[in-house]
Design a protein around this ligand. Structure first.
Ligand SMILES: Nc1ncnc2c1ncn2[C@@H]1O[C@H](COP(=O)(O)OP(=O)(O)OP(=O)(O)O)[C@@H](O)[C@H]1O
Ligand SMILES: [Mg+2]
Length: 333
């Protein structure tokens, strides 16, 4: 495996202590929301979410891991919890409106979980107004980080979590289908962001049309869309430009085996900039690790099950990077 230093930043214990102080003195702040998506199923979203949750908790941060994948909820299992008594399904069904009542304690002192669903229940997805309420509730939790594990696909319910979060992490695997789905996910998320931000009916309609890649207006890229909108309404055009700059997904390549796999994160980031017009950061990669499957079977995060393994080390570095970038922002705001 090639040298990680160009992607992963180094951590220092002195910095960890400084960050811990910032967190405790800022405990009244609302938590940072981090959504983990990826378009394709089975690429490791839940694995990454569970491991980052444990790694962040072990860095002394208060963490809540939320399973927003109501169809295939399994985050609680990856974190060693039994079938849940309470879950997001209770929120969706209106049985409780306060996310703090859904929290389940894990083995890690700093880590709580809001599970996805009760076993064998045909739970509907939350409506948009419920998602807004849920996100409001999440921001009131006494936590430093809320990690949101998303389901596969690019449906609105999934995209909206990704867009509302402070950080949107995109997990992809080095295989053509996963890369393809990652691009469609990013494209859909970006257009959804524009659509939600558009004020005038005419502009909203153009964005809606542009979402169909074979639209008759010939809009193929966000740049084409921008030109159309500027022609229609220069003020909206400027706001769109800002929306474009504000959309900054962070890429994680999972199950990397070769040097080319590692480079994939850079090429996805550069395609985003060149063809979509927004920037994406390459947050890091996680190598393929046989023990990852064993850790899931053991219902433990890899960072707990094989703390010293290569993949666990990379996962911990990504957690450290998230802490460094988000707490630098918190400190300067
Ligand atoms: N770095 C890795 N090395 C080896 N195996 C891995 C790695 N990451 C994940 N896996 C394995 O891949 C399987 C699928 O991962 P996971 O359930 O996290 O995918 P997902 O993207 O959440 O899928 P879904 O969309 O169905 O929720 C897991 O059982 C896990 O053991
Ligand atoms: Mg999953």
């Amino acid at each position: 495996m090639p040298d990680q230093s160009t992607i992963h930043s180094n951590s220092s214990s002195a910095h960890a202590q400084a960050s811990a102080k910032i967190t405790s003195s800022e405990s009244a702040r609302s938590p940072r929301l981090i959504a983990i998506g990826g378009g394709k199923g089975g690429v490791g979203k839940t694995f990454v979410a569970a491991n980052l949750a444990v790694a962040l908790a072990r860095l002394g941060r208060r963490v809540v891991a939320l399973d927003a994948d109501l169809d295939g909820a399994n985050l609680h299992t990856c974190l060693g919890l039994p079938s849940p008594d309470v879950s997001l399904a209770d929120f969706v069904a209106g049985r409780t409106l306060e996310p703090e009542k859904l929290l389940m304690q894990t083995r890690e002192a700093n880590l709580q979980v809001i599970a996805g669903t009760h076993a064998n229940l045909d739970t509907p997805q939350p409506e948009q107004n419920q998602r807004v309420e849920l996100l409001r509730g999440l921001r009131r939790l006494a936590a430093d980080y809320v990690l949101i594990d998303l389901g596969a696909g690019s449906q609105r319910a999934v995209l909206d979590y990704f867009l509302v979060a402070d950080d949107g992490l995109l997990v992809l695997r080095p295989e053509p289908t996963s890369v393809e789905n990652a691009y469609s996910f990013l494209r859909a998320a970006f257009y959804r962001r524009l659509q939600l931000g558009a004020r005038g009916y005419g502009v909203r309609e153009i964005v809606r049309e542009a979402m169909d890649q074979r639209n008759e207006r010939g809009i193929r890229t966000p740049y084409d869309l921008m030109r159309e909108i500027e022609a229609l309404d220069p003020v909206e055009g400027r706001r769109f430009m800002e929306a474009m700059r504000g959309f900054r997904p962070r890429i994680i390549v999972n199950e990397a085996r070769t040097e080319n796999d590692v480079k994939l994160g850079f090429s996805v980031a550069s395609v985003c900039e060149k063809f979509f017009g927004f920037r994406a950061d390459y947050l890091g990669y996680v190598n393929y690790q046989k023990e990852a499957r064993d850790s899931v079977r053991a219902r433990k995060a890899l960072v707990e099950y094989r703390e010293a393994s290569e993949a666990a080390t990379y996962l911990k570095r990504i957690a450290r990077k998230l802490v460094d970038s988000s707490e630098a922002k918190t400190f300067s705001s």
